[in-house]
Design a protein around this ligand. Structure first.
Ligand code: G3P
Length: 230
């Protein structure tokens, strides 16, 4: 499962892109509204930081407006994927945008029926919101599992993108159910790093290594002898 970062913060992308684990990013109007500055600049800067698709969302209500916004957003950067909210209008806009060769991330999908419609409209990604399903006591595991199953059995080419990830367990569930992508907030990606046994293990290795000072000298010498001339 590939990982995207779900954010409107350039600083957050800058920090986490250095880990080498990001395949893309997603933004939405709520995430961008929390940030200072021009949304176009933010989206372009995020594109320059991640080597993959960056979703930017349309807000028009009618297909023609959605298509016009989608085309304009695509012109911001070659990595832009147009994010379109699920609705009848959104399906019509998705069909038109994808027929023109624009990738679309159909968002706010909460059922297998909606996913089937999004796939038929040609969506590249289908974003299922796990946290928001759990918020209303609907099992996100069951819904995502059903979506993945119908995508496979209908031989749809759309990728299932797990969104509204609230904690590391959502990521593991999404991966084990077969989602192709999860878009994860920076806070949750940082939580995924942590395990007390890892920190404890690093501390112990360091202490044991330092108990033999000659090992440090040996390693420095080894590194120096392998320096590649610039
Ligand atoms: O990508 C959509 C996601 O950001 C929604 O997350 O936590 O607002 O439900 P949340």
């Amino acid at each position: 499962m590939r990982l995207f970062i779900d954010t409107g913060s350039v600083a957050e992308v800058e920090e986490i892109a250095q880990w080498g684990i990001l395949s893309g990013a997603t933004t939405n109007p709520s995430l961008l509204a929390k940030e200072d500055g021009d949304p176009g600049d933010i989206i372009r800067r995020i594109c320059d930081l991640v080597n993959g698709p960056v979703s930017a969302e349309v807000v028009a209500k009618e297909p023609a407006g959605m298509v016009a916004e989608g085309r304009a957003l695509r012109a911001l950067h070659e990595q832009i994927c147009v994010k379109v909210p699920f609705s009848a209008a959104g399906l019509a806009a998705t069909a038109e945008l994808t027929a023109d060769g624009h990738p679309v991330n159909m968002t706010l999908v909460f059922s297998a029926n909606q996913a089937l419609l999004a796939a038929e409209a040609g969506a590249t990604y289908i974003s299922c919101f796990m946290g928001r399903l759990d918020d209303i006591s609907v099992s996100s595991t069951e819904v995502v599992s059903e979506i993945v199953d119908v995508m496979r059995t209908s031989e749809a080419t759309s990728e299932v993108l797990a969104a509204s990830i609230r904690h590391p367990a959502h990521c593991v569930i999404a991966a084990s159910l077969g989602c192709e992508v999860a878009t994860v907030p920076g806070k949750v990606l940082k939580q995924m790093l942590d395990h007390p046994l890892t920190s404890k293990g690093i501390e112990l290795f360091e202490k044991d290594w330092q108990s033999r000072p000659e090992f440090g000298e040996w390693l420095s010498g080894l590194v120096a002898s392998h320096q590649v001339p610039a």
